[in-house]
Write a protein that binds this ligand. Structure first.
Ligand SMILES: [Zn+2]
Length: 275
């Protein structure tokens, strides 16, 4: 009898351990990389001032779904799903910007995993440009994790507010440890926009990754620490790049660049996942 109780206790303990990392804290279980748009930039000199005049480049747009023991978090929502129904995609007002298409919707990729929008606890976006915030309203019950500086960034005259006022939100002022165990951390990285942020995720097998948002748009720009012309602050961007470079070195982390097609083409895409 005692043995049976002991065996039961051991299996209970093992089950409890399976939910926790080696550090004894609840942990990230999986990360899915999702196709949230594909496009062509008309003239990449707007990202590389003084260089690449008239040169076009293929861009991708990426969303990331994180499964933590204490809930789902979606990082960036991509270009709006309605673009999938537009035969010629979404033409930008500025022909130098990106002409986006949507080969797969975010909704279909979530459905493929059996995840309902109402299952998502947190929606965190790097910033409020349309290629990152396009589907925020698909998740009216999820708590938004955005910097106060981004939330309160005034919109141009005549434009609707950046977020619906009734959308649940946690307005952040700086870095934020989402689940309180250090495994998913928002890094405040202003400069591209006033409240731009990156996301650090500690995966049990893959190791630590930092998701770029638009801190850099492609690897060559990151390596050269170039500041695109549309950024709201060059000084803040440079400081944010230095901050993230320090984090990458300290955490021995990979840097996953949202719009970098060459890098994304080498990745496992949902429904495959990283763990
Ligand atoms: Zn972007």
């Amino acid at each position: 009898m005692t043995r049976k109780i002991l065996a039961a206790l051991i299996s209970l303990f093992a089950a409890a351990c399976a939910q926790f990392s080696t550090h004894g804290t609840p942990a990230v279980e999986r990360l899915y990389v999702m196709n949230c748009g594909e496009g062509v930039a008309g003239d990449i000199s707007r990202w590389t001032p003084g260089m690449n005049e008239g040169k076009t480049m293929a861009f991708v747009d990426t969303c990331y779904l994180v499964k933590h023991a204490n809930g789902w978090l979606l990082w960036d929502t991509g270009i709006m799903d309605a673009v999938a129904g537009m035969p010629d995609g979404l033409k930008p007002a500025d022909p130098k910007a990106v002409h986006w298409k949507r080969p797969k919707t975010l909704a279909a990729q979530l459905a493929e995993l059996g995840v309902k929008p109402s299952d998502i606890k947190y929606v965190a976006i790097s910033h409020t440009h349309a290629d990152h915030s396009g589907n925020v309203n698909m998740f009216p019950a999820s708590t938004l994790l955005v910097q106060k500086a981004e939330y309160e960034w005034p919109v141009p005259a005549g434009q609707p507010p950046r977020f619906k006022p009734e959308h649940p939100v946690q307005k952040l002022e700086g870095d934020y440890d989402v689940f309180g165990d250090g495994s998913v951390r928002i890094l405040s990285t202003p400069g591209h926009t006033p409240g731009h942020q990156c996301l650090l995720v500690k995966l049990p097998k893959t190791g630590t990754v930092v998701l770029s948002g638009d801190l850099a748009h492609f690897k060559d720009n990151w390596d050269s620490r170039r500041v695109p012309s549309m950024n709201t602050s060059a000084d803040q961007t440079t400081a944010s790049m230095q901050k993230v470079a320090g984090v990458l070195a300290q955490e021995k982390a990979q840097f996953w660049i949202n719009h970098d097609k060459a890098q994304r083409d080498s990745m496992k895409m949902s429904p495959q996942y990283y763990e």
